[in-house]
Structures are given as C-alpha cells and as structure tokens.
Design a protein around this ligand. Sequence first.
Ligand SMILES: Cc1ncc(COP(=O)(O)O)c(C=O)c1O
Length: 436
Amino acid sequence: MTDTKITLPESEIPSHFYNILPDLPTPMPPPLHPGTKQPIGPEDLAAIFPMALIQQEMSPERWIEIPAEVRDIYRLYRPTPLFRARALEEVLDTPAHIYYKSEHHSPVGSHKLNTALVQAYYNREAGIKRLATETGAGQWGSALSCACRLMGLECMVYMVRVSYDQKPYRRIMMKTYGAEIVPSPSVLTNAGRSILAEHPDSPGSLGIAISEAVEDAAGRDDTNYSLGSVLNHVLLHQTVIGLEAKKQMEIAGEYPDFVIACHGGGSNFGGFAIPFAHDKIKTGRTRTRIIAVEPSACPTLTAGRREYDFGDTAETTPLIMMHTLGHKFIPPPVHAGGLRYHGSAPLVSHLLAEGVIGAEAYHQGEVFQSAITFARCEGTIPAPESAHAVHSAILHALRAKEAGEPWVIAFNLSGHGHFDLAAYESYLAGTMDLQA
Ligand SMILES: Cc1ncc(COP(=O)(O)O)c(C=O)c1O
C-alpha cells in the first residue's frame, strides 16, 4: 500500500518557477493600453509594480529562479503534503484513486502565501515601503499581510464589503499581522466614493476593490500595488504547487487522468495545473483532463466571452484578453468570495481557447454537500472556494465507478475553511441559497 501522506524533504522545495509562456502552442494576445489600444510596454506598469515582476510578466525564460530568502520562508510550510484520499474513496465506493495537494497547510491557510512572499520580496528590494491590495474572501489579504510583515513592509487592504461583514476573523487575522483594512467600496478613493454615491449599499466586488487599491498605489511614491491572481507572474509563482505535486505523484507511481482545481482569477488553478499542462502540450499526455471549477454564480470560463476587457470596475487597468462576464458585473454574494471575479487569468483563458484545459461550474448547494462529505472522511474542512474542486473530484470519482475505471484524480485543496464556518452554519441550518 502506498503512503496516505506523500511528503518531500525541504531540499525538494522547487528552486525555480515554471513559466509556460515559451511552451504555449500559440502566443498570447498582449495587454493593451486603454487609451491608445496599443500593446503596453514595461514602462506602462512601472507606476504600480517593481521591474522584477514586470519582467517576469513577459519573460521568455522557461525557468525563473526563486530568491533564496523566499525559499527560506517557504520552509515554514513547503513542500506541502500530497494526500491519498483513501477514506473518501471508500465512502464513494469508487475504483478511482483520489489525491489532493494540501495548500491549506500554509500559515495563513491557503496557497496565496506562495506569491505574496515573492511579491513582497521584490517590492522591498525595489525600495517600496508599503503595498496596497484588494481581497475577496480575505485569503489573499491575509497572505499579503503576513508576507509584508515577514518582509518588513506595511500593508493596506481593501476588503470586499460582503466578506468584510461575513468574515470578521479574517479581518482580525490581517490586523494581527499589522495590516490596515477597510471595507470596499470605501470613502478613501475616488473609485470607492463614486460607487457609493450610486449604490450606498453596494456589497462590493473584486473589480471595485482592485480599482481602489490601484488608485491608492498610483497616488503614493512609497506604495506599490500587489495583485493576488490573474497576472502571469502570479500564476508563475504558484507553479511551486504543481511542480511539487508532479514529484509526489511520481513517488505514488501514478500520473493523473484528471487534474482539478477551483478557479477565481486563476492563480490556484494555474499554479496546480500549469506543470501538468506542460506535459499535455509537450509530452503528448493528451489523455489527461485538466479542469478549472467555478461557481455557477460567477461562470467566467463556462459562460463568459473571451475578449479584451478591464481587470477592474473603474477602467484603470490595461485591457486584457480574457474570459469575462464584463467588468461591471457584480456577482451574487455567494460564500466562495474568492471566486467572485468577473474575469480570468489571460493564461488560463488562452489554455482554454487552445483546448488544453476544460471548465465546469456548480451551484453552491451541491458544492457544500461535497465539502461536508469530504470533511467527514478526510478531517479537513475545505474553504468554500476549494470545495468546488472537491465537488468536481467527487463527481468524477462517481463517474469512474459507473465506468468501472480506476481513474487517477488529483485536485488542489487550496485552503481550509476555518474562517468560513458561518457558510457551513448556513448550509447545515438549511438557510443557504442552494441554487446560487
Ligand atoms: C482558498 C482559495 N482558493 C482559491 C481561490 C481562488 O483564487 P484564484 O483562482 O485567484 O487563485 C481563493 C481566492 O481567494 C481562495 O481563497
């Protein structure tokens, strides 16, 4: 019997991130300047990002070295274990082999710290003293607050109003790390004030919060903006997940038929899936299905259109080619706050258009049902976002049973749900909108 928990020593923490840009079947359409509609250059981003990250955004290099200081901090929680979900397999009575990578083992409880540390590091090296950002579920805000503290920077977080109200403990966590938090839309920025003038009760959205954080960063010399998803460099940093997972699957002596991760802006999905997408593009492992899972309430990949759109509501970002529901779209306040983004990573959109990956969308009722099944077998309570991947993995394991096939299913458990218990309470009490 193979181990239940497949671990790697610290010496196996990846030394380089994997950049898929040079391996894409076709080049990605470039981001455009919103005024001139011409491709943007590095200088267009320099007001809010450090040059090292701008270079990574466009890098033609396949492997990009991870700074030694970041790798040292990764030792606090990396490599994360890969689990074989034996108890879940037994309950589902499936011939499938189910594996999950445990990004909830990070100190902040999700994958987001992987990129937060790199971004804080490069900003500090560039002389920046303070980072401004947005957060949906609070996971990214927690991660950046922690990373800023560990790297000696200040942190300002615009937190989507609905999550700010639903998740007081996330707020307290960020404050514990020393960050400043305001609910978004806020009165601190022009973008926030103009939304509040029209919609005083706005629940907020990631698009609005991004506008606020970008405005904050653009208005101060000591401050840069930090984004927790969507951009190429963010997905690049998250590839540590998939790189480790591939080694761990090798130890298990298996290769996944299904690679599954939830999708908000695409960093969790990209980080887990891109090293496997490499194999699909480059080594002919075409049988593997790589699936991004999103909420039906915000079906960016399954129902959005791929076109140039703004990353934020106030139209301050470059135009990016992505699957989008439109930058004015405000998703219903489902509990998976981190999946409420109108767009998707250009890289993920491109891989979808190329047929390398697929996408699925589910309602929150069925997602929570699967999350509870998982918690009762495996012990870990998934974040509502991660529960989307759990649900898809369970459905494919049940299909394996119907087909009598021992499919190998690997998914990423991007975070735990310890700060999301109000969502579980509403499901258990029968008050959740199951069809949202
Ligand atoms: C636990 C968890 N998983 C996944 C996501 C999805 O984000 P992304 O697709 O941008 O990585 C989030 C976003 O906040 C999250 O908190």
